[in-house]
Design a protein around this ligand. Structure first.
Ligand SMILES: *Cc1c(COP(=O)(O)O)cnc(C)c1O
Length: 752
């Protein structure tokens, strides 16, 4: 496999009849004769575009000849342009070779800050073009050889090798697919390389993920260095699995654990799997349904001690919790100051686990300093080992399921890797997907500073530009309605602004979380919650409203898919894959929505696919439908109902693992939702949106949860297609309408 990385030539004279033009063209031809692809014709005016090419070129050749300087630019201008080009390139890429090309100029004319970034100074007519071409190609190849990280490099080598395999997978490097038409389609779609690189773990030269050996181990070490962790393990089944590994390595039956109530369900699964007793830390919420921080006061041993005393499941009231798991960031992008938490909790809980599924980027930019778990210049805790679990695939360039576990040892205790790996093995397939391992490897290598820092800076910058553009549109509409983006007032005029502006302060109105501790939380600007008209931050309904579900359904129809939808808000994210084109499309689609909404266009025109599935809306106007849903929300006061439901006291009756086991032992009743009050669930009950578990196995249904489920039932009956989906509910349609049930612990198995 030969990678395609052209050499890029920047020269005003590329097409000129001058001596300099002849010279550079001769060099271009000599490079091509050696089999090297060349792209010429860029000029100094393309500087920023050229710098952007640093990701796909193997070298730059930049002409600084007299002609450009006398005719186009003054001497100083030429040097400035050159400096900008080099600075912009080096901001992203420290290593790509850059050559200067000239005849009359010598090193004496070029300032040393530029010279030190160069790989050579070519005087065309002193050597033959062939000689110079070979020299450049050698440098370009040396550069490319250093680009691939260890595992990816070994995998490419293995796939290129073309050896016949007698081991699994059974498709034998893709050959099996060629034996049937549908297999042929699959092969053509995914391509030869993906299939040749799909190997099993009996290939020694690639190392083992399960024992962390060979190139896999080299890559994990490389990633540990890049992410500034003491230990780093690649995980090929998502952060869902990373969380379970961290838990199984550290806790067992009846241990008390501290858990963010708004955690990912994999953490709740961990509770069930390990037989632990959870003490929940409760985040604030505003009425838009945006989840705020767990208050700073909750991170105090005395506070936790009171929760332990109040919890009927904990027998020994003097226990110390074994692990604390915090969702960092929250689902709406709120981050915690980890150093503050380490200070108050580090001597109390031995394992501080930050579920950083959404923030693998934070370590690469000082914007986030201290507001993520592990990184540069972060003091060790005296006693607590710090864990971070990150979904490489969510914000960075990993394939789905690419995840990693990062560990920072404490001063008094180092991670015992040998023991930790037993838990790793328990949750890892013995046939890990090598393309995912390679993507963990590559995603890490991509983030190596300065490139990674530049990528994160770009995401923050584009996120701010989007926010600024949204405000500009709002200002232009004057009193007319427009969407807002949840966040601080001050965005700065340009660039990435000041990070302090993103801190959540007690006296600020915008966040709606009331009183907050200073310097404890910040909002990650790359997570943007868009707010639709209809409800204010205090939960008051306006006369007119546009529920977010109708906006996101409209956007989906126009090829824009959002991350998460709430009542009057939806969430989008500026990953390192973001481009200007993408967010500009979002903005224009929102304007399109406004036009169609204001004109009350019928759904058959503006959402034809949706109407195909739900013909009952065919002739309904977009505005009328939005208003109907809005009124249904208002009539049921859903903002209050959902807030109360999430803030209501959850009564733990059984250990989650005991309640869950009742399913296997068939000690369950299937209970209709109207009869749920007082019953103990065996299921996780999770409404979508927002996808945050409401009740966990072993807890009792209360009035406000049942009220919400009844609302969901009547709403779903009235507005098919806009359903509030509640996972954990069993739906029976056999009587012609939807009836909902929950599998609860049969009463005689409920203790007490
Ligand atoms: C997505 C997510 C996970 C699970 O990550 P996967 O890589 O999808 O398995 C865990 N925790 C949080 C907070 C998440 O958002």
């Amino acid at each position: 496999m030969k990678f395609r990385f052209p050499i890029i030539i920047i020269d005003e004279d590329w097409r000129a009849d001058s001596a300099s033009g002849l010279g550079i063209r001769a060099l271009g031809k000599a490079l091509e004769d050696e089999g090297q692809e060349v792209i010429g014709g860029f000029t100094y005016s393309d500087v920023s575009m050229v710098a952007n090419q640093a990701a796909r070129a193997s070298a730059f050749i930049v002409s600084i000849d007299d002609e450009e300087i006398t005719e186009e630019l003054s001497d100083n201008d030429a040097v400035d342009e050159l400096r900008t080009l080099i600075r912009e390139t080096r901001r992203r890429n420290e290593d790509i070779p850059i050559f200067l090309f000239g005849e009359t100029k010598t090193a004496r004319h070029i300032p040393s800050d530029i010279l030190k970034e160069l790989h050579g100074f070519i005087h065309m007519f002193e050597d033959t073009p062939e000689f110079v071409a070979r020299y450049i190609i050698r440098e370009a190849n040396a550069y490319l050889n250093g680009v691939a990280p260890p595992f990816f490099k070994a995998l490419v080598h293995y796939a290129n090798d073309g050896s016949y395999s007698w081991h699994c997978p059974g498709h034998s490097g893709g050959v099996a697919f060629l034996k049937s038409p549908v297999g042929q389609m699959f092969h053509q779609f995914f391509g030869e390389n993906m299939l040749r690189a799909d190997v099993c773990n009996s290939v020694d030269e690639l190392g083992q993920l399960l024992d962390h050996t060979g190139p896999v181990a080299a890559s994990e070490n490389n990633a540990a260095r890049i992410f500034q962790a003491d230990h780093l393990f690649f995980v090929t089944n998502g952060t869902s699995t990373s969380n379970k590994v961290v838990w199984h390595a550290n806790v067992g039956s009846n241990d008390v654990v501290l858990v963010d109530r708004n955690c990912h369900k994999s953490v709740l699964h961990s509770i069930v799997m390990t037989g632990t007793i959870p003490i929940f830390l409760r985040p604030t919420r505003n009425h838009l349904g945006i989840i705020g921080p767990i208050p700073r006061d909750s991170f105090e041993p005395e506070f936790i001690q009171r929760q332990i005393e109040a919890n009927p499941l904990v027998q020994n009231k003097t226990v110390q919790p074994q692990v604390m798991t915090i969702t960092q960031s929250t689902y709406d992008g709120v981050l915690y100051n980890v150093e503050t938490i380490k200070k108050t909790m580090g001597n109390y809980v031995e394992n501080l686990h930050f579920d950083e599924a959404w923030v693998p980027h934070a370590v690469f930019h000082k914007f986030y300093h201290e507001f993520h778990a592990i990184g540069e210049n972060r003091p060790r805790s005296e006693n607590a080992i710090i864990y971070s679990t990150q979904s490489t695939h969510k914000v960075l360039a990993g394939l789905s399921q690419a995840s990693q576990i990062l560990v920072q040892d404490s001063n008094n205790r180092k991670l015992d890797q040998y023991r930790f790996n037993e838990a790793f093995l328990m949750h890892t397939s013995t046939s890990p997907q090598y393309a995912i391992i390679a993507s963990c490897d590559v995603a890490a290598a991509m983030m190596e500073p300065p490139g990674g820092t530049a990528l994160v800076e770009e995401s923050i910058f584009e996120a701010l530009e989007f926010r600024r553009a949204m405000r500009k549109v709002d200002a232009e509409y004057g009193d007319d309605w427009w969407f807002s983006v949840w966040g601080p007032k001050d965005l700065g005029e340009n660039g990435i602004g000041r990070r302090e502006d993103w801190f959540l302060r007690s006296n600020d109105k915008w966040h709606g979380f009331g009183k907050l501790a200073a310097n404890f939380n910040m909002l990650d600007p790359i997570k943007a919650t868009l707010v639709t008209p209809g409800m204010d931050i205090n939960g008051r309904f306006a006369a007119q409203g546009i529920p977010a579900a109708i906006v996101t359904k409209y956007l989906t129809e126009h090829g824009v898919v959002v991350e998460k939808t709430g009542l009057y808000s939806f969430f989008i994210m500026f990953t390192i894959g973001i481009t200007k084109g993408r967010w500009n499309t979002m903005l224009t689609e929102l304007q399109q929505f406004k036009t169609d909404y204001d004109a009350n266009r019928p759904l058959w025109r503006v959402m034809p696919n949706f109407v195909n599935t739900y013909p009952q809306y065919e002739r309904v106007g977009l505005k009328d439908l939005a208003q109907k849903i809005h009124e249904a929300y208002r009539q049921h006061d859903v903002a209050r109902v959902t807030t109360e439901m999430y803030l209501s006291a959850m009564e733990p009756v059984m250990r989650p693992s005991d309640a869950f086991e009742c399913l296997a032992h068939r000690q369950v009743d299937r209970v209709a939702i109207d009869d749920l009050i007082g019953r103990v669930t065996t299921m996780l009950v999770t409404p979508y949106p927002p996808g945050i578990p409401l009740l966990i196995p072993g807890e009792r249904f209360n009035q406000s949860i049942v009220e919400y489920l009844q609302f969901a039932r009547s709403f779903n009956a009235r507005f098919p297609g806009f359903d509030t989906d509640v996972h954990g509910l069993f739906t029976d349609t056999s009587n012609g309408q939807d009836e909902y049930f929950v599998d609860c612990v049969a009463n005689k198995f409920v203790p007490g």
